[in-house]
Ligand binder design. Structure first.
Ligand SMILES: *[C@@H]1O[C@H](CO)[C@@H](O)[C@H](O)[C@H]1NC(C)=O
Ligand SMILES: *[C@@H]1O[C@H](CO)[C@@H](O)[C@H](O)[C@H]1NC(C)=O
Length: 224
């Protein structure tokens, strides 16, 4: 279960570090510390990433405590990329999110969607407690990965990534695909993002930032 909340985005600095004031149940939370996208300029992080072409060996990781849905998602194939976002292969979501592989330079393509309403409030979600990375954290509307499929690999005007966003907005937030078509999404930029969630799991991705404004979204009834 994810939870959706409308919040006012008060300020985004040029570094992209978001200062977000979130009013949940009458109390104001500064969500900056749990905001998932710590923006690093795309080029600046290059030197830290080593090119990885050899096969990645899997350590023994138990997923017994995860629910069935999350385990199923872990076998989806993500798009492996180099530091310049050129595709170099495919690997499972599980392998892509293990710190042991990230430490060796494994990098995949991802996206972060930000949906604003007519009042320019940003739709946030609270991540499910069942997620392997950042369970329970508040984040922007939807973050996920394009899959290694013909449709989502297509790079022209970031169409593959925008299709993936449409797919995940339905899966995570129940927004019908007809209400969030790829042509309504504006691809702004890419960021290179790396963060550990815990000792085992983490993120290392080049993240396509997608913005869209929906005047009406009757289907979506956030908790606030
Ligand atoms: C937060 O919400 C409460 C109740 O709706 C309201 O009284 C308060 O002014 C809000 N605070 C901010 C900073 O928006
Ligand atoms: C990425 O692009 C930079 C600048 O063009 C280049 O120096 C570097 O070798 C490229 N990296 C890879 C892995 O191709």
């Amino acid at each position: 279960m994810v939870r959706a909340v409308w919040a006012v985005l008060r300020m985004v600095s040029c570094q992209g570090a978001a200062a977000l004031n979130l009013n949940v149940s009458g109390s104001v939370i500064d969500a900056a510390s749990s905001f998932r996208s710590v923006h690093v300029p795309f080029r600046a992080a290059h030197s830290k990433v080593r090119h990885l072409s050899s096969a990645v060996r899997m350590p023994e990781i138990t997923t017994d405590h995860l629910d069935k849905k999350q385990v199923q998602l872990l076998s989806e194939m993500c798009i492996l990329i180099d530091e310049n976002d050129s595709k170099i292969g495919a690997d499972s979501k599980k392998n892509c999110h293990l710190n042991s592989n990230i430490d060796k330079g494994l990098l995949h393509r991802a996206f972060s969607v930000f949906i604003f309403n007519s009042e320019e409030k940003l739709l946030l979600q609270q991540r499910s407690d069942a997620k392997i990375t950042f369970p329970g954290c508040f984040t922007n509307t939807c973050c996920s990965h394009p899959l290694h499929t013909d449709s989502e690999l297509e790079e022209k005007e970031a169409i593959g990534v925008r299709r993936a966003a449409q797919r995940r907005l339905e899966a995570e937030l129940g927004i019908p695909m007809a209400q969030v078509t790829p042509d309504e999404m504006t691809y702004l930029t890419r960021i290179h993002y790396k963060a550990q969630s815990d000792g085992v799991w983490g993120e290392h991705e080049i993240d396509y930032i997608l913005f869209m404004q929906k005047v009406e979204m009757a289907c979506l009834i956030p908790t606030m």
